[in-house]
Design a protein around this ligand. Structure first.
Ligand code: ADP
Length: 411
């Protein structure tokens, strides 16, 4: 089965076209600057060099059209006909409480996705645009929504209810949802596989440290708590997002600086985090470089970043009632030995000991174990693969749909 995996953002479409039986990426790429000048499409077939094209790409329909054109191109393509695309899997950021699992998209599902826009106004509208584009351009080809929130929907109520009037949960769905679910799911399974033990008997903490960052406490394969909340703003310090803070600070700053709701939102999402503390950059590579040169605010940003992760490791070890494995993934988690080391400092009491040499050498596409031989808890560096999870889920949901159809016909 050949599956097109799409991740539609506000001005970009990232994609992978996979032969799922062979877990093989036939082609991948990204359309960027949609609706802006200098729109660009970088496309890489598996067996030929990358091709970059520029031109007018006004909306998501044109972007998806570009992708299909390249997949079919006589020179660069990997298929001869659209019908070779068996299904499309979409990353959808927010499924609210409606979708504890991936789902085949029909009109009813589209309506619920539209209802979820209020919960994720920055993400869901773009995901919906991508789905609409595929309905137009690939009619009759099944489409599946795979949600960032789904993996966390089994959290117990005491982990997802906030200490505000309960009626706000009932009225507006204000609760912890959590994000990066496909990544936490994937890397926790990889860790279990590496340990050669069933996930059902393991306590694992996963740290997804990219531009956005979140952690998850995974017990027996289920996410029982996670650091992002109602929105992706809560929890860890991130590139430009504040993460946890006293909610009264927002009210105080809005009053003192006479900020509008929009301005406060921008401050918390775009001008905070590593960027806010360092005043230099939200990119961890810059922060490490500047801290190395002796820049005190960059050093402080790095310290706050790692300290908060350590704090969450401690609290998640408590809610899990013990710890078998700690996993680092995403841009920073996969590529920064310094951050991994700092996050694991003084965690001997949890059985966590990092081997400096293994940690420094860990890189590349494979999973690495970076703990010392006498460390009771395993520490992994796992390159995440959200696209693979989306493709596998898409295959499962499409096949389940076909089975159901067969059964109905049989009846
Ligand atoms: P996104 O959330 O946008 O998918 P990524 O997972 O690609 O983000 O992570 C981006 C982050 O990873 C940036 O802060 C970047 O600086 C960081 N990063 C990438 N490579 C390194 C590295 N070698 N050392 C430290 N940080 C790195």
């Amino acid at each position: 089965m050949k599956i097109l995996v799409l991740n539609c953002g506000s001005s970009s479409v990232k994609y992978q076209f996979m032969d799922i039986e062979k877990t093989y990426v036939l082609a991948k790429g990204m359309v960027s600057r949609i609706g802006m000048s200098g729109a660009m499409h970088a496309y890489k077939p598996h067996d030929r060099p990358e091709v970059t094209t520029t031109g007018e790409i006004l909306d998501h329909i044109m972007a998806v059209e570009h992708v299909i054109t390249m997949l079919l191109s006589p020179n660069h393509g990997v298929i001869k006909d659209k019908s070779e695309i068996d299904a499309v899997g979409h990353r959808v950021v927010h499924g609210g409480e409606a979708f504890p699992d991936s789902v085949l998209i029909d009109n009813d599902v589209m309506q619920v996705l539209r209802d979820c826009i209020e919960l994720a106004p920055l993400h869901n509208p773009h995901n919906i645009r991508g789905i609409t584009a595929c309905f137009q351009l690939l009619p009759g080809i099944p489409q599946v929504a795979v949600f960032d929130t789904a993996f966390h929907l089994k959290m117990p109520p005491y982990a997802y209810i906030y200490g505000i009037p309960y009626v706000l949960y009932k009225r507006y769905g204000i609760r912890r949802y959590g994000f990066h679910g496909t990544s936490h799911f994937y890397v926790s399974r990889r860790a279990a596989k590496m340990m050669n033990r069933p996930i059902e008997e393991l306590n694992i903490i996963t740290c997804h440290l990219g531009n956005g960052a979140s952690m998850s406490a995974v017990k027996g394969g289920i996410s029982i708590d996670t650091s992002m909340g109602f929105t992706p703003l809560e929890g860890l310090l991130m590139g430009t997002r504040s993460g946890d803070l006293d909610p009264a600070i927002i009210l105080h700053v809005m009053a003192r600086e006479e900020l509008s709701l929009n301005e406060a939102n921008t401050m918390l999402n775009k001008h905070s985090g590593l960027q806010g503390i360092s005043g230099i950059s939200g990119d961890m590579r810059d922060i490490i470089k500047e801290a190395d040169k002796g820049n005190t605010n960059s050093q402080l940003a790095l310290d706050v970043y790692c300290y908060r992760i350590r704090k969450y490791i401690g609290s998640y070890a408590a809610v899990l009632g013990g710890l078998d494995a700690l996993v680092f993934t995403a841009g920073i988690g996969e590529n920064s030995p310094l951050v991994r080391k700092k996050c694991c400092e003084n965690l001997d009491f949890l059985g966590i000991r990092v081997d400096d040499e293994k940690n420094n050498q860990a890189k590349g596409p494979q999973t690495d174990e970076i703990q010392t031989d006498d460390s009771k808890t395993k520490v992994f560096r796992v390159p995440t693969n959200e696209e693979l999870v989306i493709a596998l889920d898409t295959k499962r949901v499409v096949e389940e749909g076909m089975e159901r159809k067969k059964m109905v016909k049989g009846v």
